[in-house]
Design a protein around this ligand. Sequence first.
Ligand code: PMV
Length: 321
Amino acid sequence: MKYTAKAPANIALIKYWGKSNESLRLPTNTSISINLSGVFTITSVDFNSALTSDEVLLNEKTAPEKDRQRIIEFLDLVRCQAHINTHAKVVSSNNFPAGTGMASSASGFAALALAASKSAGLNLSEKYLSILARVGSGSACRSIPDGFVEWKAGRTNSSSYAHSLFPSDYWNISIVTAIINKEIKKISSSEGHQLVNTSPLFKARLQYLPKHIKDIKHALSERNYSQVGSLTEAECLNMHAIMLTSKPSLIYWLPDTLELMHSIINWRSEGLETYFTIDAGPNVHILCQNSNVPKLIRKLKNLSNVKQVIVSCPSPGATLI
Ligand code: PMV
């Protein structure tokens, strides 16, 4: 039977960068994220005995070979769990540019995990759906539960999964995504994760994280916007310090990214209290209080290097539609 699922991308306040187990995609550290209402993937999967091979359509085109292989490996995992050997048709589309550091693999594998497991006849709990999505792409496990999400690192396949810290309606804040470049990045996050141990700063990051995680959870529990914002921005810079000092170095920022980071810091000093965070790409996610969104959008529209602006609020996780 065909099932269709919708899953949000998520933005990490505490980043996942580095794996302790490559094939299971177990992370070196616990991470925390918010699901984004405005940035999502919709995926249908139909395991159908009439098919003679797997068919994968991404954004209305036959998937590039590398993506196709990764999706077929994931379907194999689902077939193995469901004890079936039927082929599947997968049709998936994003409402945002993929491969640009906007968590397309997170929303993509979360939607795929839900639609594929249902179509294969599995009825997975949120925990096991999150584990399945994680094996597709680490951060995808955080797009399964609702709202504000924690992915406990865990040390084994069954102990590394995401759960909701607070539901999506817990705190009505905005995350404004400024797209400044839609080109696919040259080094994927999967490749980037493998370089963490080449950074002389990585050990220091692992030592600093536990307190930072505790502090941000506390700030979230108090809905302390300034604390959440400043801890999020500091954490983004900490992760990028690892990327910048890896061998070879990963410089995901473009000049326009840096210009926007400086603008955000300047706007803040003028009273527009916003904070940036950036994943493995040039695009910038900006935390903003709802009352300031129109002002922020006006400012972003005045910058010629901002190509598109997407406004999100915290969103539920993956759902069937
Ligand atoms: O799930 P992956 O392999 O795309 O890794 C995501 C890594 C970051 O987006 C940079 C950080 C994060 O926690 O989302």
